[in-house]
Design a protein around this ligand. Structure first.
Ligand code: GUN
Ligand code: FE
Length: 432
């Protein structure tokens, strides 16, 4: 019953700004109380000042020693690629041919799609991810299967049907017309239905004809409050291919710009081989980058430039990009983001990484009025982190001198074992 008040006692970590640009970006309450009513955060504060305000008989779950923060947000992930995670191939384009396309073919079958969607959602919740921006396949039934499964669990999810009408096997090809019709129908069926939101999803410029790009751009204009997701500047071979296919465009990102796809709620996966003008366009249009370090290292795509992105003022969010990503865990994604930043000569504090997986991601999605922090009124999607989940983590945590060190150990050493519980809309959706 979500109309009853519930409460949790734990350390509370929440953000109100980007730690890279603000002194007081986060708040940390070591002995905190989180109060939830009707699936929304009612208050988050000190146990000592808040507990007296609880209605008599309110159940209080005691998570002392653990850390509650907003549920993680994965800004780019392919649910149909769950079964092909960790498939070896020499780079993006061979990997797509050898593994991705054959795997996605099976989603013509709604029963298969439904079964994979359940496994995928189990896995997200096990690693503390409560919202994701999800690619389905070219089959509209893969979208129906996904939202049916996510709504049954009450989750806030964003997803869409892949648009792809060239340079792909026949069994995965739509047409410009049919793809646009299917997309429009799916928007009407799912966008803003319960907690579902729709993402117009041209896979990437090479697999869409100019006609399909044009129609996708029209839909993005007509349905302004939907999302748009695609891939950009991931791999050097891919960039060369796009240059040959769209010789009139100034850059790869400019292909999307010309079709009107840069706008708030447009999220571009990877963004590795951008130039300054591209970065400025993403910032100016309030679009966002989904940064996928485990995928980029796995496929050898390249290293995202956090410093240049910050200089341009780009919105950005961390993302797994499973099946090219090698873990569903946003903690493991932080681990590899940290190392990518180091290889570029920059530095990501743990607080920044947690921001990029929570409030920063919510801002990238223009959803920070609902998710991404423990602010009063937000949807009660949160995660309980256990900094003593394994013997090694416990040992490191015992020796930590600051919150930053505890969070850093969680990011570098943590995985599904560090997620004690996951809550969505105030309901427990996972417990370890
Ligand atoms: N580019 C186009 N499609 C894909 C995909 O499925 N995964 C990744 N990583 N890149 C892509
Ligand atoms: Fe991807």
């Amino acid at each position: 019953n979500t109309s009853t008040v519930q409460a949790w006692r734990a350390g509370l970590l929440t953000f109100h700004a980007d730690p890279a640009f603000s002194e007081n970006a986060h708040s940390w309450i070591e002995d905190g109380l989180l109060i939830v009513a009707d699936g929304k955060v009612q208050a988050a504060g000190d146990w000592s000042t808040l507990h007296a305000s609880l209605p008599p008989g309110t159940p209080v779950t005691d998570w002392r020693g653990k850390i509650i923060t907003a549920g993680f947000i994965d800004a780019h992930v392919h649910y149909p690629q769950t079964d092909m995670i960790a498939s070896p191939a020499p780079g993006l384009l061979p990997w797509l041919e050898q593994y991705t396309f054959p795997t996605e073919r099976a989603f013509a079958d709604p029963a298969h799609a439904a079964q994979v969607a359940e496994f995928f959602l189990d896995e997200l919740l096990r690693v503390g991810t409560t919202t994701a921006l999800v690619y389905c396949t070219v089959h509209p039934q893969s979208v129906d299967a996904f939202f049916t499964a996510s709504e049954a669990r009450g989750l806030r999810m964003i997803a869409g049907k892949v648009l792809m009408d060239r340079h792909c096997p026949d069994f995965l090809c739509d047409t410009a017309e049919q793809g646009a019709r299917d997309t429009e129908e799916l928007i009407r069926r799912w966008h803003k239905h319960e907690r579902s939101l729709y993402a117009i999803t041209p896979r990437f410029a090479p697999t869409s004809t100019e006609e399909q790009m044009h129609l996708a751009g029209e839909l993005a204009r007509r349905y302004q409050d939907t999302y748009l997701q695609t891939h950009v500047s991931e791999n050097e071979d891919e960039c060369k291919w796009v240059k040959a296919l769209y010789p009139q465009a100034r850059s790869y990102l400019d292909v999307y710009d010309r079709y009107g796809m840069l706008r708030p709620r447009a999220v571009f996966g990877h963004c590795i081989w951008l130039d300054d003008e591209d970065r400025a366009r993403i910032a100016a249009t309030q679009s966002a980058a989904a940064v996928c370090p485990t995928s980029n290292l796995f496929l050898g795509s390249g290293l995202f430039d956090f410093e240049e992105a910050d200089r341009a003022g780009m919105r950005m969010a961390l993302a797994t990009d499973v099946g090219a990503g090698t873990s569903f865990s946003m903690l493991q994604t932080m681990n590899e983001a940290y190392k990518v930043a180091r290889l570029k000569g920059s530095y990501l504090p743990a607080l920044r990484m947690f921001y990029l997986a929570t409030l920063g991601a919510a801002r990238s999605l223009h959803l920070d009025d609902r998710i991404g922090s423990l602010a009063a009124g937000n949807e009660a999607d949160f995660v309980v982190l256990d900094p003593r989940a394994t013997p090694l983590l416990a040992r490191r945590t015992e020796r930590a001198d600051s919150l930053e060190e505890v969070l850093f150990a969680l990011a570098l050493l943590g995985d599904d074992r560090a997620i004690a519980a996951t809550y969505s809309g105030g309901r427990q959706v996972h417990v370890r």
